[in-house]
Ligand binder design. Sequence first.
Ligand SMILES: [Zn+2]
Ligand SMILES: [Zn+2]
Length: 187
Amino acid sequence: MEKLKRIEDIQINPEVIGEAGMENDVLALPEALDEVFRNKDLRVKEPFAIHYVVQREKDSQDVHVSVDVSGEIETFCVRCLETMTHSVDLHLETDYMPASPEMSKNLEEERVSSETGYYRKSIRLGDYIASELVLALPLRFICDERCKGLCPGCGANLNKEECRCEKKPVDPRLHALAELKEKIRKE
Ligand SMILES: [Zn+2]
Ligand SMILES: [Zn+2]
């Protein structure tokens, strides 16, 4: 299976799409995903699997593409700060139409919706996948909806341990006094 160092390398020449369409599986290497996410808090250890199916509409220049992307991102929970794994399981459907001459060079910017894109010589599917991957990321990573987070007082991870704020700290002087009283009582 083809291993890609850059996700934008996923490009399709529309002229080679036959009647039956085409199908492909590629792997996007961790470095390709780092380039997409550009966030040092998001780590990708294993390649992402990308499967795409391309079909040309009959007697038309329009091309339909469906894409499935799956992989895992390692990051940390914003509530409890524990390491967590975020699974990516993205299904995308989009149509591509021939671009008109007045459209800019960056056809990904010409998209009016995630469902309709444009192409010139090649269909730049990788650019689309990259932007959809970023859009699909949650704003905040949370390990579990029920995550109780850290106690702002004592910093205890409330998923794992009890808050220590309740228990008043033992004053060592009181402890010494108690020992002294005990000694006097015995004498
Ligand atoms: Zn958490
Ligand atoms: Zn506490």
